[in-house]
Design a protein around this ligand. Structure first.
Ligand code: MN
Length: 194
């Protein structure tokens, strides 16, 4: 994958020890954060209007959207007017994820030796996925849980209480820039629409 090695924030995606995760900050019709987890060769995706929070008290609405191709994970730039998702995209965080093994070990699924990827697929189907993120901004244990009775696509992203939790913090305000290039949305828009 094409990652800007000059930024000092380069992530060697070929060397990740697990499946990829990425959060793309996207100034489309409205600003949102696209949270994507690699499942095989696709990125399962949720659009989070307020973005992720490291504060376990925050339950962030995450609207399930269509899968994206794995190659899209490192896209940063401007989607032209008239195209789907028109607006500026910034790679806000990137890294890898794994099912939360402490949870998995408690489940019957672990006992019969299922691959963790299969467990994750089942968790997605049942509407509750617990996982650990290894990113630059987002770390530790999280849950994505489907909201009951609120339509098919409405989930919540919640940080678990652990060493990576930060009560009262606002990570999207504190760290607005691209992890790949260090740029803001405004800088990307200015540089790429000249
Ligand atoms: Mn989007």
């Amino acid at each position: 994958m094409n990652v800007n090695k000059a930024s000092g924030h380069a992530v060697d995606l070929a060397q990740l020890p697990g499946p990829l995760f990425v959060v793309q900050k996207h100034a489309a019709t409205t600003l949102h954060y696209d949270f994507r987890l690699q499942f095989g060769d696709v990125l399962k995706s949720w659009a989070i209007p307020k973005g992720p929070s490291l504060d376990p008290a925050d339950k962030r609405l995450a609207v399930r959207v269509e899968d994206h191709a794995l190659e899209y994970a490192t896209f940063e730039g401007v989607i032209p007017e008239g195209e789907y998702g028109a607006g500026t995209v910034l790679v806000w965080d990137i890294g890898w994820w794994e099912p939360d093994s402490s949870e998995e070990l408690q489940g019957a699924k672990a006992a019969n030796g299922r691959a963790s990827a299969e467990s994750a697929n089942q968790a997605l189907d049942t509407g509750q996925l617990k996982f650990v993120l290894h990113g630059q901004k987002l770390k530790g244990s999280w849950t994505l849980v489907k909201m009951r009775g609120r339509g098919e696509n409405n989930w919540l992203l919640i940080k678990h209480r652990d060493d990576a939790a930060r009560v009262g913090s606002d990570i999207v305000e504190e760290e607005p820039r691209s992890v790949l290039t260090g740029r803001t949305l405004e800088e990307i828009a200015a540089e790429e629409t000249r």
